[in-house]
Design a protein around this ligand. Structure first.
Ligand code: NAD
Length: 262
C-alpha cells in the first residue's frame, strides 16, 4: 500500500544501515521529510544524497544514541530543520558477537545493552517529550524475532530485544494519554544485508550443535527454518514500519509486529 505521508516528518535512527535506508526511501517516496541519525556519517550522507530524488526535506545528524546529550542535541536539530517530528523509527542497533552463554564476553554484553536498550530508551524518551508538546505522533522501535524467541549464541542480543518489546508495551501505556502510539517491529531473517551475512558467518564459526561450520550451509539451514522458505526483503520490513506509522494503524499501540515469513 502507498500511504500519504505528505507534509509529515520521520526521524530514523540507524539511518545509514540497511533497514533504516530502505525505510527512509519508503517514507520519502510517500512524501515525508526525513531526519537521519547514525554513527556512520559517511554512509548516512550517501543515503541522504539518494533521497534527493524525492524532493522532500532531508537532514542528517551524526549521533551516538548511547549518549543522552547527543540525542537531545540531534533531536533539537531535527525539530529546527524539519519543523516537527511526527514519526520516530527507533532503529539503531548492534547484533553483538556470537558465542555460547558460558563463553559470551562481558564487555560485548554491555555494549549490546548500551546500544539496543539504553540507546533505544534515550530516543524513546526524547521522542515522547517532543510529541507530548506537539500533540501526538507514532513511534516504532525495532526489536527482532530474537526478542520473541531467544536464538542460540546470541544471549546479549536476545536480552536486549526482549527488553525493547517490554519498553514498547510500557511506553504505549504511558504515552497513550498524549496521543502517542508506540509499537515494535520484529524482523527475523532479512536479506541480503549486513546482518544476514554476518550472522551466517558468525553462527558457523561458533561450532554449536545448531548450525553447520560452513556459512553457505548455515544459510540453507536458516532458510529451511522459515515456513515461507525465503528471506524477507528490506522493503518488506519498511512496509511494516509504514503501516504501523500510518493512520491505518490508528488503534494499534503496544503491539509487536513480527515480520518473519511464518
Ligand atoms: P545495520 O547494521 O545495517 O544498521 C544499523 C545501523 O545502526 C548502522 O548504520 C550503525 O552505524 C547504526 N548504529 C549502531 N550503533 C549506533 C549508535 N550507538 N548510535 C547511532 N547509530 C548506531 O543493520 P540493520 O539490519 O539495518 O538493523 C537495523 C535494526 O534492525 C537493528 O536494531 C537490528 O537489531 C534490527 N534487526 C535487523 C534484522 C536483520 O536481519 N537485518 C533482523 C532483526 C532485527
Amino acid at each position: 500500500a502507498t500511504y500519504d505521508f505528505a507534509g509529515k516528518t520521520i526521524l530514523i535512527t540507524g539511518g545509514a544501515g540497511d533497514i533504516g535506508k530502505a525505510t527512509a526511501h519508503r517514507f520519502a517516496a510517500n512524501g515525508a521529510g526525513v531526519a537521519l541519525w547514525d554513527l556512520n556519517e559517511t554512509k548516512m550522507v550517501d543515503v541522504a544524497r539518494e533521497l534527493a530524488e524525492y524532493n522532500v526535506p532531508v537532514a542528517t545528524f551524526g549521533c551516538d544514541v548511547t549518549t543522552s546529550e547527543d540525542v537531545a542535541k540531534a533531536f533539537a536539530g531535527a525539530v529546527e530543520q524539519l519543523g516537527r517530528i511526527d514519526y520516530v523509527f527507533n532503529n539503531a542497533g548492534y547484533q553483538g558477537l556470537f558465542a555460547k552463554t558460558d563463553e559470551y564476553p562481558e564487555d560485548d554484553f554491555q555494549k549490546v545493552i548500551d546500544i539496543n536498550v539504553v540507546g533505544v530508551f534515550h530516543v524513546l524518551k526524547a521522542a515522547a517529550q517532543h510529541m507530548r508538546e506537539s500533540g501526538g505522533g507514532a513511534i516504532v522501535n525495532t526489536a527482532s524475532y530474537a526478542g520473541v524467541v531467544g536464538p542460540p549464541n546470541m544471549v546479549a542480543y536476545a536480552a536486549s530485544k526482549f527488553a525493547v518489546v517490554g519498553m514498547t508495551q510500557t511506553a504505549a501505556k504511558d504515552l497513550a494519554p498524549y496521543g502517542i502510539r508506540v509499537n515494535a517491529l520484529s524482523p527475523a531473517l532479512i536479506g541480503p544485508g549486513m546482518m544476514w551475512t554476518r550472522q551466517t558467518e558468525l553462527q558457523a564459526s561458533v561450532g554449536s550443535q545448531y548450525f553447520d561450520s560452513n556459512p553457505k550451509v548455515v544459510e540453507q539451514q536458516m532458510i529451511d527454518s522459515v515456513p515461507m522458505r525465503r528471506l524477507g526483503s528490506l522493503e518488506e520490513v519498511a512496509n511494516g514500519v509504514a503501516f504501523l506509522m500510518s493512520e491505518e494503524a490508528s488503534y494499534i499501540t503496544g503491539f509487536n509486529l513480527e515480520i518473519t515469513g511464518g
